[in-house]
Design a binder for this molecule. Structure first.
Ligand code: NFS
Ligand code: SF4
Length: 641
């Protein structure tokens, strides 16, 4: 068993883990220890249990049988397993997007209690989709946009609307020429399920190309669609200030954690917490305190300035504080373990979706049409549960860290436009060209209970900042960076002189001493935002996205969703680093296709798309490898290195 100091950089997490252990409460960090050593077959991706002839497993060292009962070899099994995990990630994002699209339709029809908050963005999207808006009301335009979005789950042929709308022409043309441009999300997911099944696609390279197709579905049918429509419904984020760490819990208030992903639920919980504040006061408290966990937290942070209590790996420890009345969850990244932990304290776990329940938890069914009733019921349950709080067992860590977030592509462009109104991207382009900014990195992804929390995320970010790389961030990685001062203007001291000067200059335009060194662009579906920024840059320069000196890094990932996001970026020729084993080492062919170089004889993603996967567990070495790739792309553009 690891000592608390070895599971997280965060002292509050260490303390809370100490409390949990003292009280005999098991968390993911303990279970991760119990799970090691991990099965070498699974780790290498060479076990297959796709059919009842198996399970089959191939010894990577060449000893023992080299084919499964059906004749599939290690290459096929590894490629199939990799693609099957991309299906998981892509389906998660597509389903997220579909729910938001349906909610937009119902809102436009007056059947769901939401409003069109960003009318400007709605009209920009309508224009991008070539919809006529003349003589139409806002709701009519919203309905047209929602129908176009839903068409991306059912059109029988052609290219997805959101791919044509949001994709860069150069990339779309390449995908079309390779037969990889997706038709509709459900079709591609269903096709991938079929090809990855027993006795279907047995060509490892073809399976990996199927994975690229899923990455494209993920990026447009999942990420962009979700972000676009969420911005329409809930507003496009603008810079906000909020607090991070377990310390954001408030002993004097009723604490409700919102956890999961889709803001349809969490936005309503915030709204009703405000409405029922008096009830909370009548219960003898100072009101209601909503805190965020995982990406629901990111969504609320970006739009409402709600503070964030925890990233993925320490989610159970929010409960161990003893001060949490309810944890409301929707979907994804919700550890089933929270229920066992909650049973040791007074916290009520509230699930909200018919297809995502946890045995033993309370269930309040959440349908967008009845969002108000459900949110009210949830908040009232939390208020009522305050009576069960054991005040002797409350331990809330003292400090919180102040952080700035809300850097949507629109917000960044807005700040830039203060330097050059006509061509807002020009200052950024000039800085890239003259080397003041060496490159751009999107620091994304998770925390993983197997890894020491925050170390990978923070180290890679700092190493890149030092070398004048501009860092954008999303997801749980942003949480790591925020807690370590990298989303605060003070954090700019970590940057090299070039990036520092740019951030200071931009900060002044925004009334701050500096912009923070890591610009928080939102949740994981909001990886569409850095993608939008890259597309705008590439278009302005009339180059492909793969030519820009930009990289992605995902040091502490755990989720297949992160792999599909990574694949989305690779499909654009952006290099993507993962710090956790992607479980493909059992096939040198698959490994080479994903991680090989463009000059190689064989097929590699680098050769086909201009970007590759970089697996490197050491964060310092990872940053070095990323810088190498940034410099290589600078050289190809004829820029100084
Ligand atoms: Ni992304 Fe967000 Fe966090 Fe990882 Fe999970 S919450 S959607 S998958 S763990 S960053
Ligand atoms: Fe074994 Fe082939 Fe069945 Fe997989 S699909 S379990 S390798 S027989």
């Amino acid at each position: 068993t690891r000592n608390p100091v070895d599971v997280s950089m965060d002292v509050q997490v260490q303390d809370m883990l100490g409390k949990a252990r003292e009280q005999g409460v098991e968390t993911a960090f303990d279970r991760a220890d119990q799970m090691s050593p991990r099965c070498p077959f699974g780790s290498a991706g060479v076990c297959c249990r796709l059919c009842l002839e198996g399970p089959c497993r191939i010894q990577p060292n060449g000893k023992g049988p080299q084919r499964g009962v059906c004749g599939a070899n290690a290459d096929t099994i590894v490629a199939r397993n990799f693609m099957n995990s991309l299906i998981q990630g892509t389906a998660a994002h597509a389903e997220h997007a579909r729910e938001v699209a349906l909610a937009l339709l119902h809102t436009a029809e007056g059947k769901a209690p939401y409003h069109i908050k960003d009318v400007g963005k709605l009209y920009r999207i309508a224009e991008g989709l070539n919809l006529s808006v003349e003589g139409k009301s806002v709701n009519e335009v919203a309905k047209d946009v929602a129908l176009k979005a839903l068409e991306d789950f059912q059109r029988p042929e052609g290219t997805m609307n959101w791919v044509s709308f949001r994709g860069q022409e150069k990339s779309v043309a390449k995908w079309q020429s390779l037969g990889l441009a997706p038709v509709n999300s459900h079709l591609e997911i269903a096709k991938a399920v079929t090809r990855g099944a027993m006795g279907s696609d047995a060509d490892p390279i073809n399976l990996l190309l199927g994975g690229i197709n899923l990455g494209i579905v993920d990026g447009y049918g999942g990420l962009h669609l979700s972000t676009d429509l969420q911005d329409v419904l809930f507003g496009t984020p603008q810079a906000v200030k909020a607090n991070y760490s377990l310390g954001v819990l408030d002993e004097n208030k009723i604490n409700i954690a919102v956890h999961g992903h889709i803001p349809l639920l969490s936005e309503k919980v915030v709204e009703w917490a405000r409405k029922l504040d008096d009830q909370a006061k009548a219960a003898g408290t100072e009101g209601i305190n909503i805190v965020g966990v995982c990406c629901s937290g990111n969504e609320l942070l970006m739009r409402q300035g709600v503070s964030i209590a925890s990233s993925f790996s320490s989610q159970e420890l929010v409960i161990v504080s003893g001060a949490l009345e309810a944890m409301v969850v929707d979907i994804q990244c919700i550890m089933p373990g929270i229920q066992q932990v909650a049973e040791c304290y007074h916290t009520e776990i509230i699930t909200t979706l018919g297809h995502v329940k946890i045995a033993g938890a309370t269930h309040v069914d959440f349908e967008p049409e009845h969002a108000d009733e459900a949110a009210k019921e949830i908040v009232e349950k939390a208020i009522k549960n305050y009576a069960n709080r054991d005040h002797q067992n409350v331990s809330i860590p003292k400090d919180t860290v102040e952080a700035y977030a809300g850097f949507s592509a629109e917000q960044i462009t807005d700040v830039l436009s203060k330097l050059n109104e006509e061509k807002p991207l020009q200052p950024l382009i000039d800085a890239l060209k003259n080397g003041t900014i060496r490159g751009i990195a999107a620091m994304v992804g998770c925390t993983n209970p197997r890894e020491k929390q925050d170390v990978g995320n923070v180290t890679v970010a700092k190493e890149l900042m030092k070398k004048d790389v501009l860092v954008l961030t999303t997801g749980c990685t942003a949480h790591s960076l925020a807690k370590n001062g990298l989303m605060n203007p003070d954090g700019v001291k970590e940057c090299g002189e070039g990036v520092k000067s740019v951030l200071k200059l931009l900060g002044e335009q925004a009334g701050l001493p500096s912009l923070p060194p890591a610009l928080h662009m939102g949740s994981c579906v909001d990886n569409s935002r850095p993608a939008d920024l890259l597309k705008a840059l590439a278009d302005e320069l009339d180059i492909a996205i793969s030519d820009i000196p930009v990289v992605g890094s995902c040091p502490e990932t755990h989720n297949p969703k992160a792999l599909s996001i990574g694949t989305y970026f690779i499909s654009h020729g952006v290099d993507v680093h993962v710090g956790v084993d992607p479980q493909v080492s059992g096939s040198s062919l698959v490994t080479h296709t994903l991680t090989g170089n463009r000059g190689d004889e064989e097929v590699t993603t680098d050769r086909l798309f201009g970007g590759k996967l970089i697996y490197e567990p050491d964060p310092v070495l990872a940053a070095e490898k990323l810088i190498e790739r940034i410099d290589m792309k600078r050289k190809l553009l004829g820029l100084s290195t």
